[in-house]
Design a protein around this ligand. Sequence first.
Ligand SMILES: Cc1cc2nc3c(=O)[nH]c(=O)nc-3n(C[C@H](O)[C@H](O)[C@H](O)COP(=O)(O)OP(=O)(O)OC[C@H]3O[C@@H](n4cnc5c(N)ncnc54)[C@H](O)[C@@H]3O)c2cc1C
Length: 411
Amino acid sequence: MAVSFSLSPQQEQLKQVARQFAEAHLRDLAEAVRHEADPARRADLARPAFEKAVEAGFLKGLIPVPFGGAAGSGVDAAILIEEWASYSPDFVISIAGPLIALVPVYQVGTPEQIRQFVAPFLADGGAPVAAMAYSEPGGSANFAAAPPAEGVRTTAVPDGDEYVINGRKAWASHLPGWDGDGPDVMTIVCRAPGGVSLVVAKREQLAGHIEVEHLYDLPALRGCLTARIGLVDVRVPKANLLGQEGQGVELTRNAFIGSGASIGTFSVAAMRQAFDAAYRFALTEHRGGAVPIIEHQAVADVLADAKARIEATRLLSWRALDAALSGDPQALEWALHAKVFGSETAVEVINDLVGVVGISAYDNDFPLKRHLDEALAYPVIEGSNIGVRRRQMHALLTSSGYDPLAASGMS
Ligand SMILES: Cc1cc2nc3c(=O)[nH]c(=O)nc-3n(C[C@H](O)[C@H](O)[C@H](O)COP(=O)(O)OP(=O)(O)OC[C@H]3O[C@@H](n4cnc5c(N)ncnc54)[C@H](O)[C@@H]3O)c2cc1C
C-alpha cells in the first residue's frame, strides 16, 4: 500500500455500494436471526441475501484476479467487511469461506486443482460455500504436535488412487453445507502417511459421508452455521492433495493469515456500532440530571478513549489486510497484531461503553450488549489468541534474526 490515508474514488464507491447492500439485505436479516431460536433455520435465513450477494458479484470479489475473480486490495476488503459486519458479522463469516479454504489452493494448487476448486466461486448465481475444516472437537491448537501428542486426529489413508478420510471436525462454518451433503469445497486438515496434510473434498465426494452430530447455538454470530460433524469414509482422488504430504502445517498457518487480519476489521465493526449507540445515549440522556451525560467529563473521557482505540484498530487492520492480500513477507506479523490487539481492544472498549450507558445497556433490546457478545468471539475464533495467535507471535519474536523494524519497513 502506498502510504495514503484517503479513500480513492473507487473505494468511496465500494463503501457506498456495500453500505446500500447491507441496509437493503443485512439489517433485516440480522433482526430475523436475533429472533430465530433454531440454529439450522437461523442459518437458512441468510440464503436469499447470500444469493443476492453472489448475483451482485461480491463472491467473485473474494477471488484474486489471477484465479479468475475480481478481488481488490486489502483496504478494499477491509471497507467491505466493516460495512457488512457492522450489520451482520455472521453473514460475512458465512460467505467468506473461500478466503480461508482456497488460500492453499492459490499457494500450491496445480492448474487442474485451481480450475476445479475455484470454479464454484466464480458463479454468477446460487449460494456456493467453502469450508476450511481445521478445528476438531477435541481441540486443534496443538494440531501440529508430534507424537505422543494426538495432534490432528482426522486421517487420510491411501487406497489405490484415493485417500479414504475419516475423522471429526467442528466449528468451521458450513461444514455440513446448506443441506447436510457438504459445502461445494471442503479443505480438510488431516494426517496422511507423510504427516499433516491438506486434502480437498468436493461436494459430490462428501454427499452421504457427513454425519451431523451437533449444531452449535452461539451467543452471537448466531447466523453462522457452525457444527460438529463426522467424516465417514470420504473417498477423494489422491490428486486432491494440496502440495506434498507433510506440508499441511505450513499451508494451514498461511491459510489463516488473511482471516486473522480480518478479525481486526470485525472488531472495528463491533466497536463502531457500540460507540454509535453509547455516543447517542450520552448526547441525549440526562438520567434525571441537569445536562446530557456527555457533559460529565468522566463520560466524555471514556468516549474519547474508545474513539482513539477504534481509529487505531482500523488503521492497523487496513495495514494488516493490505499485507495479507498483497503477499507481503511481513503479513503474518501484521495479521497477528490485528487479530490479537484488535479483538482484545474490542472487548475492552465495548465493556467500557457499557459503563457509559449504565444499566440501560444491560438489556438485549438496547443495541450494545449484542456487540459485546460479538466482540467476545473475536479473541477465540480464527485461532484463539492464547492457544494459537500469541504462540505464533512468540515464535516470530524468538526466531533468529527477527528484526523489530522490518514489518513497518523502517529497518
Ligand atoms: C463463527 C466461528 C467460525 C469459525 N470458523 C472456523 C473455520 O472456518 N475453520 C476452522 O477450522 N475453525 C473455525 N472456528 C474455530 C476457531 O477458529 C478456533 O479458534 C479454533 O478451533 C482454535 O480454537 P482454540 O485455539 O481455542 O483451540 P483448542 O485446541 O480448543 O484450545 C483451547 C484452549 O487451550 C489452551 N491451549 C491449548 N493448547 C495450548 C498451547 N499449546 N499453548 C497455550 N495454550 C494452549 C488455550 O487457552 C486455548 O484457547 C470457528 C469458530 C467460530 C465460533
